[in-house]
Design a protein around this ligand. Structure first.
Ligand SMILES: CC(=O)SCCNC(=O)CCNC(=O)[C@H](O)C(C)(C)COP(=O)(O)OP(=O)(O)OC[C@H]1O[C@@H](n2cnc3c(N)ncnc32)[C@H](O)[C@@H]1OP(=O)(O)O
Ligand SMILES: N[C@@H](CCO)C(=O)O
Length: 369
């Protein structure tokens, strides 16, 4: 079995993208990676859409790295997205900070980073940029688009915007629109970033100090919502980092869970940009395809919808609402709730359950085209 040893990020640049707001974004770059081979008929391509903080590096190892891409457990030889059969593509979203154009990119009009001059972008804009990449790769119809969380929003947006370019879609742990609670968590995180004096109204690129405190706290809040009560209990219980007779008066991290969150927050600042946090969470909050009257003109489009029992950030009822709408419209829809205790990040961890479902689904779709 061939193992993906090295993966390489590539860059596709085009002149302009007309955004949903009608504003034009110039010199747009989309960072992407591919795994496996495109067949002669170009019918075996699968686009993977990443979640909030992901990037184009979904699988394999970059030279010198000891950790593989973020969904390596799912993409590769004999895995759910089997690279012996399929040509898998993953791109970094517009607004991101891992190679695609975002607020930290250079604004061609000023030769300085955009910062808050970057236009508000939407999930639809992320998907229009991906569509340009797919056109550039010469693919007329994708075998599938799959992704979890914000990746799932992109999946639903593909179904709404480009149904004729798809055989199937796999939205995982996602929703047609954010609830007030989901918006509320994002707003607290944004406020944490903007309250950091080093954020400086978004103008911090190249400055001596960066808004790392605000960004780390934002991630700590986010990370709590990606876990579950049970997964926290199992991972940390009330275990202490310090002696159990510590008075706690210095407000250091007494409990393991505090140390863990601080670690996750701090390490996040090494890989993510504070302004991208603001723009991408805003795009998620604005996303709403719930009122879409004609989900797709392509009635053959097949849906596999997956949710996780302990996901309280994107609870199963949101996936069930999506499924209800799809079934009412007559779409071929399969829905499974996977029993998991991991919470929202289950989509990154429940490899066995997801693999079984996705393999079977993709096999079926492939046979029918
Ligand atoms: C999905 C996309 O599209 S992009 C991918 C997004 N990526 C992420 O979300 C990355 C951050 N999230 C995670 O890593 C998620 O927690 C998961 C679900 C993917 C991984 O879960 P797990 O394998 O259970 O890892 P875990 O949450 O224990 O974190 C491991 C890290 O925390 C550290 N850690 C674990 N326990 C503790 C603790 N008690 N105190 C301090 N640090 C700790 C580990 O040393 C490890 O550090 P390292 O990453 O520098 O090696
Ligand atoms: N942990 C994932 C899930 C967020 O939805 C991420 O950071 O992208």
């Amino acid at each position: 079995m061939a193992k993906i040893l090295t993966a390489q990020t590539q860059y596709f640049t085009f002149d302009k993208l007309v955004l949903e707001s009608k504003q034009e974004l110039k010199n747009v770059t989309v960072a992407y990676e591919t795994y496996g081979n495109l067949n002669a008929a170009k019918t075996n391509a699968i686009l993977i859409a990443h979640a909030f903080s992901g990037d184009a590096h979904a699988a394999g190892f970059h030279a010198g790295d000891d950790k593989p891409g973020w969904w390596d457990s799912m993409i590769g030889s004999a895995k759910a997205f089997d690279t012996d059969k399929y040509f898998v593509i993953c791109s970094n979203v517009l607004g991101g900070c891992a190679g695609s154009t975002g607020p930290s990119s250079i604004n061609p009009d000023t030769n300085k980073p955009y910062a808050l001059d970057f236009p508000v972008i939407t999930v639809a804009d992320m998907v229009s940029a991906q569509k340009k990449l797919i056109d550039f790769l010469g693919i007329k119809k994708l075998l599938s688009v799959a992704g979890g969380s914000m990746g799932g929003m992109q999946v639903l947006q593909w179904a709404v915007a480009y149904p004729e370019s798809l055989y199937s879609v796999i939205p995982i742990a996602t929703t047609m629109k954010h609830s007030p609670q989901q918006i509320a968590f994002n707003e607290v995180a944004r406020q944490s970033i903007m309250a950091d004096v080093e954020w400086n109204k978004g103008d911090y690129y190249g400055a001596k100090h960066q808004p790392y405190r605000g960004l780390a706290v934002a991630r700590m809040i986010g990370h709590i919502t990606y876990m579950s009560d049970k997964s926290m209990e199992e991972k940390f219980s009330r275990n202490r980092k310090t002696a159990s007779n510590s008075s706690g008066a210095d407000f250091a991290a007494d409990f393991e869970v505090e140390g863990y969150l601080q670690y996750r927050g701090d390490s996040f600042t090494k890989r993510f940009d504070a302004n991208s946090y603001l723009y991408i969470t805003k795009a998620m909050d604005l996303f709403d395809v719930s009122g879409y009257k004609h989900v797709a003109k392509n009635k053959d489009l097949k849906f596999l919808v997956i949710s996780f029992a302990s996901d309280w950030l994107y609870p199963s009822y949101q996936s069930e609402n999506t499924v209800k709408q799809l079934k009412l419209k007559g779409y071929n829809t399969t829905y499974i709730e996977i029993k998991s205790t991991y919470g929202h990040d289950a989509f990154l961890l429940e490899v066995e359950g997801e693999t079984k479902l996705i393999k079977h689904f993709l096999n079926k779709v492939s046979k029918e085209i």
